[in-house]
Ligand binder design. Structure first.
Ligand SMILES: [Zn+2]
Length: 258
């Protein structure tokens, strides 16, 4: 009898330890990752480097990180090819993704300020009066919007601004931004935090699920450009994004369970 109790106790302890090691089951979670630009659309360019190449390198690391955490991952592009705006977000909807993440790199036009402007920024879709956010959105929107008139642009944005998606995307943006900064600053204490902000990015319009756009840094700033193409820096960005998504989805799960 005593031996039986001892065996059962051992069994219970083992189960407890195993449960703790395994962590949450994420196999039913799907993330759609979108590398901005591609093909004839090079995105921002500076110092012989192109945004379309940088973001492809980062999404490949991101795919690996998400998979190692147990997620299912779908990439809108895994090679140097152009995708239309609608194709990118339609994929997220068709696949019934939990989150949609678009990766971009930032740039400014004013050469005299290249070395002053740097930092990571995470955007969620919302109209804003902030001129800087509007300028950045305008630059990113240019390639995907040719041919769409002003009126239909506003209609598309208005159609998604109501409802819980904006609130959820805002929460996701904060979690991702905070975790990227945590990862970067443990090795690069001077990495600049540009914050989580609203902006009218059209690539986020079509997806009816929490969606964010990460501007991983300024390709026009020589210090940041060098870091952005460093595999260690890219790895930190990828890890930060995955930790942010973990935090956001685990919290959402807890809210649903209450
Ligand atoms: Zn871009």
């Amino acid at each position: 009898m005593k031996r039986n109790i001892a065996l059962w106790t051992l069994f219970a302890v083992l189960l407890f330890l195993l449960g703790g090691c395994m962590g949450p089951d994420r196999s039913n979670r799907l993330v759609v990752i979108d590398a901005g630009h591609g093909g004839h659309d090079c995105g921002a360019q500076c110092g012989g480097r192109q945004e379309k190449d940088l973001v492809l390198q980062i999404v490949k690391k991101l795919q690996k990180e998400f998979r190692s955490e147990g997620y299912r991952v779908y990439m809108t592009r895994g090679s140097d090819r152009f995708l239309k705006l609608g194709e990118r977000t339609r994929i997220a909807d068709k696949k019934d993704a939990d989150v949609f993440i678009s990766i971009h790199a930032n740039a400014i036009a004013d050469k005299s300020r290249f070395e002053q402007i740097e930092g990571v920024e995470t955007y969620f879709l919302q109209k804003t009066r902030d001129a800087r956010s509007q300028r950045i959105a305008q630059r990113e929107n240019a390639a995907v919007l040719s041919g769409t008139d002003d009126l239909s642009r506003n209609v598309i944005v208005d159609s998604v601004l109501a409802g819980p998606k904006v609130v959820e995307s805002h929460k996701l943006a904060i979690d991702v931004q905070n975790n990227i900064m945590k990862r970067l600053r443990s090795r690069y204490p001077d990495a600049k935090n540009g914050g989580a902000k609203p902006a009218p990015f059209y690539v986020l319009v079509g997806a009816s699920r929490p969606s964010i756009l990460v501007e991983v840094g300024y390709i026009t700033n020589s210090k940041e450009r060098k870091r952005l193409f460093d595999p260690d820096y890219q790895e930190r960005i990828a890890e930060g994004i995955v930790e942010g998504v973990n935090h956001y989805l685990d919290n959402r799960q807890k809210e649903l369970e209450i």
